[in-house]
Design a protein. Structure first.
Length: 445
């Protein structure tokens, strides 16, 4: 069955309520009424229902998942983007169910459903219901599944089965997809944490091109790979590549590096509060600007947390020609900042893109005082103070001038450790659900 035929099958299953039942029950938090004028508030909450992951995946690409180990569809909260109709959004899964188990004192990365293929998922939220109305599998040039397995031995974590006992093969086609936007021509752009990379995808899910850092030397892929990003990105932290993606009104893209680079080493990256945003021109197929972004202290973002390495950017949203909402978060809390991408803030091609510069951008205690044009920012809302907002928010969409739709990443119900699966190899679900919440802001953006 072709991917397009599989998608039609999924759509029919949704419409008739048959095996896949790709729908969920929306848990209403009340009618959509205005929040207090000077305070942000949740005005609606929606929770994704239980959809067997094997059934979902095999409807898109038959035979891709032999055993889902009791895992249900989740992870679609890696991003959310308006689909053009009221209450409809494009979302994207990440690389699939994964966790960590210690073996002989060392952590191993587990992939209990190695055949899982990342997918772009369209959802509809209406009154008290949310439905999956379409799903697009990501495929290679020849129509094969992309998978979410790591790309390169020695650079990415080694993959193992659900019990961390049996090694799995690397997959150069593998993508850990995160941000998603849809271009005016109907094609999609995604970002990926492995490369890190920017991925151009057709309306039917075929990877058209993957833009990676210069010098990555990724071989063996079944789609075009273009080394068009700064080589300094080769120093990204493991599992901390690109996570946020925004599309500006003119069509340019802005990618957010989730965490500071490990430059010159991991200790420097873990201690740093300076990460990077990059602007990419689809017309020129090139990075045209780079910006230094400074996190607030971790205890400000998440009171009680003292580990700076917990700081991440998970979502960026365009709110004007050169303005962005940037989400600073830990797994427990998040704050939304408004920034402006001024020409004077561009650091592309300068000393901070040279990995021999010492001290590196990441090592500077106060980049601004060292002459680095750090992006200025203004706090829009502290989501940690808004009742009803779940943890680990990874996707944000603008609904209107003063309302946002937020979605969390529930990690497919996975937890770390040997207790993640029972004696029969079935998932012991965390109970965390994929949740969409609407938040009314205290003022217009």
């Amino acid at each position: 069955m072709s991917p397009s035929a599989a998608r039609r099958r999924v759509h029919r299953s949704v419409a008739t309520g048959l095996p896949l039942a790709l729908a969920a029950v929306l848990v209403a938090a009340g009618t959509v009424a205005a929040a207090p004028s000077k305070e942000a508030g949740v005005v609606r909450t929606a929770t994704l229902g239980e959809i067997p992951l094997g059934a979902f995946s095999n409807a898109l690409l038959p035979g891709s998942v032999a055993d889902d180990h009791g895992v249900r569809l989740g992870g679609i909260g890696s991003d959310i983007y308006p689909a053009g109709r009221k209450g409809e959004y494009w979302t994207v899964t990440d690389r699939g169910p994964n966790g960590q188990i210690k073996v002989d004192g060392k952590k191993r990365r587990t992939f209990p459903v190695p055949g899982f293929d990342p997918a772009i998922v369209r959802i509809r939220v209406s009154k008290d219901t949310v439905k999956v109305i379409d799903a697009i599998p990501l495929t290679t040039s020849s129509g094969k599944a992309v998978t979410g397995l790591p790309d390169q031995r020695g650079r990415d974590e080694a993959p193992y089965t659900y019990d961390a006992r049996t090694p799995l093969p690397y997959d150069p086609n593998g993508l850990d997809t995160e941000g998603v936007v849809r271009a005016g021509d109907g094609n999609f752009w995604l970002v990926d944490e492995y490369g890190p990379s920017l991925v151009h995808v057709s309306a039917r899910g075929r990877v058209l091109a993957r833009y990676v850092p210069e010098g990555l030397a990724l071989t063996g892929t079944d789609y075009p790979v273009v080394e068009a990003l700064p080589s300094v990105l080769l120093h990204r932290k493991t599992n901390r590549g690109f996570e946020g993606l925004a599309q500006l009104p003119g069509g340019d893209l802005v990618m957010a590096l989730q965490s500071p680079l490990s430059l010159p080493d991991a200790d420097a990256g873990d201690a740093s509060r300076t990460t990077r945003l990059l602007r990419f021109s689809p017309r020129e197929k090139a990075v045209t600007a780079e910006y230094a972004y400074r996190f607030d202290p971790v205890g400000v973002v998440d009171p009680g947390e003292d580990d700076t390495s917990e700081l991440k950017i998970s979502s960026v949203v365009a709110v004007g020609r050169d303005r962005l909402l940037v989400e600073e978060r830990t797994d427990k809390s998040a704050r939304l900042q408004l920034v402006r991408l001024g020409r004077g803030a561009d650091i592309l091609g300068g000393p901070w893109d040279d990995d021999t510069t010492s001290p590196s951008l990441e090592q500077l205690d106060d980049p601004a005082s060292a002459g680095v044009p750090v992006l200025s920012k203004r706090l829009v809302v502290d989501l940690g103070t808004v009742a009803g907002v779940p943890g680990k928010i990874e996707g944000i969409a603008r609904v209107d001038a003063d309302t946002l739709a937020l979605v969390n990443d529930n990690d497919f119900g996975m937890t770390d450790g040997e207790g993640a699966f029972d004696a029969r190899g079935r998932l012991v679900d965390s109970g965390v659900k994929t949740t969409v919440v609407y938040v009314r802001l205290p003022g217009k953006l």
